[in-house]
Design a protein around this ligand. Structure first.
Ligand SMILES: C[S@@+](CC[C@H](N)C(=O)[O-])C[C@H]1O[C@@H](n2cnc3c(N)ncnc32)[C@H](O)[C@@H]1O
Length: 289
């Protein structure tokens, strides 16, 4: 069947479902994503469908009819096009209090960190997505505050994807995005707002003021920060990297931690962690020695 369905003489509707993504084109797109973000997409039916579905959306947006056409634009590579590509191909699934034992751990650990390091504590959330994770970290720090009077926790929330980062920095969510947030926390730390007649939940200033949002690509050859962090959360992103990349990222993250500080990965990401300076403490939680 032709990819163009002619419904009448003047209105030709393009049927994107009909355009086949060849394995060769798949490999090109996958290689570009690996180069840009370290995301490893071997040729499997699942990845093939994923890339295809996501790139079809970009074709539509740019009024293009072939993958080759889009590929040429990507190769010419303006910043906006590259950002849009990264954004389309990253998976941003997240939720409040995801893998909640990590936040229980942190709430108990923060007062000890304050005793050890003084009242200025720094947490880095290194794959912040749409913000649910850094806001959960901020709420956790607020909940720990009575046990560490005088301590100030500052958070850096980063992601490679500028679109999700923008949403994170706005901190306003639809009801369905509030999943995982207990009602008590919801009313304590979020306020209802109406936008165009629809109801949203906005993080209160108390949380906003604790977090700085900035772009950061974990593939950066150098992680240069002015100060070491006391806690780093880098969860559910290493699963997209291959083993050598994961190792490099863990080395770099560890180099940014103060000795005695904690690195927290996603539950399913602890399999490959073998670092001489990381002591496993509990599920996907490590302490730098
Ligand atoms: C599945 S989300 C995980 C979000 C959150 N950490 C959580 O556990 O709920 C993965 C995030 O990693 C980001 N990401 C992917 N590759 C990255 C890279 N090279 N550098 C920084 N962030 C990256 C994606 O944009 C996405 O927002």
């Amino acid at each position: 069947m032709s990819a163009v369905k002619k419904t009448d003489a003047t209105n030709a509707l393009y049927d994107f479902e009909e355009i086949k993504l060849s394995d060769k084109m798949f490999e090109k797109f996958a290689a570009r994503m690996y180069e840009l973000a370290g995301v490893d997409l071997p040729l499997t039916p699942k990845n093939h469908a994923l890339i295809r579905n996501r790139i079809v959306k970009l074709l539509r947006r740019h009024n293009m009819k072939t993958y080759e056409e889009y590929w040429s634009m990507l190769e010419r590579g303006s910043n906006d096009v590259i950002q849009e590509y990264i954004s389309a191909l990253t998976t941003n699934m997240t939720s409040f209090y995801r893998e909640s034992n990590h936040f229980d751990f942190l709430q108990k650990a923060l007062p000890d960190l304050a005793k050890k390091f003084g009242n200025d504590l720094r947490i880095w959330c290194a794959a912040a997505s749409t913000g649910q994770e850094p806001y959960t970290l901020a709420m956790t720090a607020c909940e720990a505050q009575p046990e560490m009077p005088g301590a100030k926790v500052r958070l850096l929330a980063t992601d490679i994807d500028l679109q999700v980062l923008k949403k994170a920095s706005i901190g306003t969510y639809e009801e369905r995005e509030m999943q995982g947030l207990p009602p008590v926390q919801r009313s304590k730390y979020f306020e209802k707002v109406k936008l165009d007649g629809d109801e949203y939940f906005r993080a209160k200033d108390q949380l906003h003021n604790m977090i700085r949002f900035a772009p950061f690509n974990l593939m950066n050859p150098k992680y240069e920060f002015q100060h070491k962090f006391h806690v780093i959360f880098c969860r559910n992103v290493l699963i997209y990297f291959d083993e050598p990349t994961t190792k490099k990222v863990i080395d770099s993250l560890t180099s940014c931690l103060a000795p005695g500080g904690y690195l927290v990965l996603g539950h399913s990401e602890s399999g490959n962690v073998k670092h001489p300076n990381l002591k496993p403490l509990s599920r996907a939680v490590y302490q730098k020695t």
